[in-house]
Ligand binder design. Sequence first.
Ligand code: NOJ
Length: 555
Amino acid sequence: MHGDGETELAESTVGSGTELAESTVGSGTELAESTVGSGTELAESTIDGRTELAGSTVPTEWWADAVVYQVYVRSFADSDADGVGDLAGVRSRLGYLELLGVDALWLSPVYPSPGVDHGYDVSDPRDIDPLFGTLDDFDGLVADARRHGLRVIVDIVPNHTSDQHEWFRAAISAAPGSPERARYHFRSGDTPPNNWQSVFGGPAWSRVAPSDEWYLHLFSPGQPDLNWANPEVREDLEKTLRFWCDRGVDGVRIDVAHGMAKPDGLPDDRRQPGWTVLSEDTPDPRWDADDVHEVHRAIRSVLDRYPHRMAIGEVIVRDDERWAAYLRPDELHLAFHFGLLTSPFDAVELRTVIDGTLAAAGDVPAVWTIANHDNPRPATRYGSLDRARAMALVMLALPGTAYLYNGEELGLPDVDLPESVRVDPGGRDGCRVPMPWEGPGPGYGFTAGTPWLPLPASYGDLTAADQLEDPASTLSLYRYALELRKTHPAFRGREVEWFGAPAGCLAFRRVGSTLVCALNASERPVPLPPGDVLLTSGPLTDCGDLPANTAAWLA
Ligand code: NOJ
């Protein structure tokens, strides 16, 4: 039944793709026709993984302007009715991702894991958890993705392992001071070795038994931090990187890229309330120790042996100067900068964040994202779907690369789940509810079984199948936007120039091109800047003004 649904969806999407193009008569039809042509040229100009950007003479690696789609595997598509998404499910939906128009997918961790932090507690980084499939399924997914013109990025977790990793199991059966314990941070004493708190709350130290040593875990107790001063740890990561590169992945996303190195002596966190030195300038000793850059150089040296592979890091540090250090030529290729993801829907703050991100990234492509599996979804965070749609156009107009999170393109809101079904130690379940694909609940095409988190009835009105049929849907907006971004000649230029805009609004142009993006974050309609309208996130007013909570692309 699940299979039938897929076929129907796949067939109907081809149909609706055409209808979509036809139904946008006016500027839309011209758009569709003109972009299809240039899309083919773009594909043909891709040589050896290097993409010649339209109108640019500078050859750029594929990741410089790619749109990457984050697949939170357990919530994406379930092929075997156990209620949890899996690799075969992802394979079955690759046609959808191609139709959406993204360039690559980033898979959340699919390695063997007890699932305390849903895969970010890895017990074997070089295998696939049976919950998600097998290594053969993974290889099949990579091969299928190629056929759909999609690249694949995997998630690597070097800061910590699971407490079920063979290394940690060996460590707890070994004596204090043993080589087994030296792969982690074990310390003796009657009280925790310092005052560090874990990200999920509570002390960052636990004991394996009441009279035993303490071990460090910056996340849950099931995620012991590795000791990166130990060369074995580095060798093991290098082996993991080679393992996945040899299987054909195009890139790696480095989890907690600011975390691996720990400062000598593990000093107390003096930012804690009640401690004597309370300065905002006091660094958080848990993150961003200088030695972390050695780890990134090690990662880069492996990737450099494979052509056209990239590493993107989750880098959260206290200022842009320290952030930019992760992008030195022998470190990460890209780094998430979460300014846009955390900025309120406010023109002044958004402009500040965009300028800051571009300045910090310098010559390296900026990475833009408004959603991921750790944060409330845009339709919830910004307060309305209209605003989320407007922000999608802002993000996709900016120079650099953009990362989408599955379900963002459907405009899904967070789900207010009852405590009884919540499972995440970080309280993030609401943004991880599975995708509604088609048909009736409770599975809505995600599963023929019982979904691991319940999909609300409201998700039934937001299915991918319904949205593909509706030219005004959020999915159609993303499809138009991605097609334009990929094929319209106005999408070039690496800098942004700001126009004067009414209070509460912003308008920018990509320098060197004609693309203008205008956002009305005020409360009343405003006139549009000059230019032909390419796309708007919602209808214009009867007199052609840009309504509140709406964005437009013009050229
Ligand atoms: C960042 C990941 O995005 C998050 O989901 C996870 O809980 C932590 N790193 C710990 O691995």
